[in-house]
Design a protein around this ligand. Structure first.
Ligand SMILES: [Zn+2]
Length: 503
């Protein structure tokens, strides 16, 4: 009985569960059925596979009854990635090559009508999935380069269906299908802090944010330089570890956004405020998982300009990932979660017209308008942003007299030293300190504890807020090379979360 089985993988979140593509040829009325794919995708897959085989001068069993089964049935399956396994199954069932050659191999790839292999999403997660030792994964060339980051010895890449068939027939050696992983990218010149004049407090907040991975909100009128400052956070951050770089690349791979030229760099995402909640947070549509901007910014920076202009659902949806570094996505019976360990830097005007508090311009907003504008950011959301500072307007004449700012390279060196200190001491950034670690590394002497309690009480702040102040104070102490927290650290930490009122 002409039957062939080809191993492949589906995509489920960041997981890549095994899928068996079974191809069966029999007599009876000629037909081409695919079981296990949504109906609309079946038609397209059939056309692509048939054309690719015929246009590559490979046999297509048009006089036979063809049944293709993708098992297990309950996995989300986008059709494109299964084109190559289906085509190879058809060829193996016709004995175009020895079916035993398929063993210890997995395949994925979309076919063009001419038989060229097109990249698939999630090549890197596919390689990270558990495989039998010695298994090789054959992918379209662009996907293979991406997958080679995880395990170059296990990856083969091909441009065309004919090359895959030549390899399975033994006419092409595996060495000819080996691919090299991209090398770490050289960062293009980033905007430099030297270009930002004045704004001492906001610059300090930026450095503290970078050093301790704290979230940051900059509040100021248009033209004050808050966007310029926010755009410069990315350039201050220390390099990613290899593991972080792989996790970040896997997330981009899942979304089909992986760019070999950016491999190893922290991602920087700056979605527009008109972005939907699904675009920002991620979503499940038509059985397909779409990572949102917060997951694409995994281990990187998420810059949200005009923060209150984002839709309410998007803003409230940020609360969970800001706390847990993960996001839960659900739709109907499906649910999944994705990592979203990003650093938030946000900017906003102080009021709808933007001029509130600007001595040179008049604010036209009523008190009620200002209150409504600020209420778009809920207390629990603001509470999760450790650093909130004002970026006042600077008169143009005064601006020209100020010397250029300290360059990013000098600030980045201090940030790197403080970040390395945190990794050595506690294995995580200060912003992620919890429980016993928080108590242990942010301990206060009795007098300082009393002072902080008094200060928080005057501000009407919560106990959770005390922890946030302690984490920032720890970063201030680390930047200053101080082993213990002093009243000065605590006072500055309180000062750096003063914008929009209170603690
Ligand atoms: Zn105003």
């Amino acid at each position: 009985m002409p039957l062939a089985v080809v191993a492949s993988r589906a995509l489920q979140g960041l997981h890549a569960p095994a899928v068996q593509v079974e191809v069966h040829l029999s007599g009876g009325l000629p037909a081409f059925c695919i079981v296990g794919l949504p109906e609309a995708e079946v038609r397209e897959a059939r056309e692509r596979v048939r054309s690719a085989l015929l246009n590559s001068s490979l046999p297509f069993p048009s006089s036979r009854r063809i049944v293709v089964n993708l098992a297990p049935a309950d996995l989300p399956k986008e059709s494109g990635r299964f084109d190559l396994p289906i085509a190879l199954g058809l060829l193996a069932a016709q004995r175009a090559f020895d079916p035993a050659r398929l063993q210890a191999h997995e395949f994925a790839g979309e076919l063009s009508l001419s038989g060229e292999l097109r990249p698939v999403r999630g090549a890197l997660p596919m390689l990270c999935a558990a495989r039998e030792p010695g298994t090789r994964v054959l992918l379209p060339l662009a996907s293979a380069r991406e997958a080679a980051l995880a395990d170059p010895d296990a990856v083969l890449g091909a441009r065309h269906l004919s090359d895959v068939v030549a390899y399975l027939c033994g006419r092409l050696e595996s060495g000819e299908l080996r691919v090299a992983a991209p090398s770490p990218a050289v960062a293009p010149p980033a905007p430099d802090l030297r270009e930002v004049r004045g704004q001492a407090e906001a610059r300090r907040a930026l450095e503290v944010a970078a050093a301790g991975s704290h979230h940051l909100l900059l509040v100021g009128p248009p033209g004050s330089g808050k966007t310029m400052l926010a755009q410069r956070l990315h350039g201050l951050l220390p390099a990613l570890s290899r593991e972080q770089a792989l996790q970040s690349a896997a997330m981009l791979s899942l979304a089909g956004h992986f760019d070999p030229a950016a491999w190893g760099r922290r991602s920087l995402r700056s979605p527009h405020h008109a972005s939907s909640a699904a675009a920002l947070l991620g979503g499940l549509g038509g059985g397909v998982l779409r990572p949102g901007e917060i997951s694409l910014a995994h281990h990187g920076v998420l810059f949200l300009d005009e923060l209150p202009e984002f839709e309410r659902r998007a803003l409230e949806g940020l609360r969970e990932p800001l706390e847990s570094c993960r996001v839960h996505l659900a739709r109907a019976a499906q649910r999944t979660e994705l990592p979203a360990d990003f650093q938030l830097v946000a900017a906003m005007n102080p009021c709808p017209c933007g001029q509130l508090g600007n001595p040179a311009r008049e604010c036209r907003c009523s008190a009620q308008q200002v209150a409504r504008y600020r209420a778009r950011l809920s207390g629990p959301l603001l509470d999760r942003i450790d650093l909130r500072v004002e970026v006042p307007a600077q008169a143009p004449a005064q601006l020209l007299e100020l010397p250029p700012g300290e360059p990013s390279a000098a600030v980045a060196a201090r940030v790197r030293a403080a970040a390395e200190l945190q990794q050595r001491r506690q294995g995580t950034s200060n912003a992620r300190l919890e429980g016993a670690q928080l108590e242990g590394h942010c301990g206060l002497a009795r007098a300082e504890r009393a002072w902080l309690a008094g200060a928080l009480e005057r501000l009407g702040a919560s106990a959770r807020c005390a922890h946030r102040v302690l984490r920032v104070a720890r970063t201030l102490a680390d930047l200053g090379g101080a082993p213990t927290l002093t009243r000065e650290h605590l006072a500055e930490a309180l000062q750096l979360r003063r914008a929009l009122g209170g603690a």
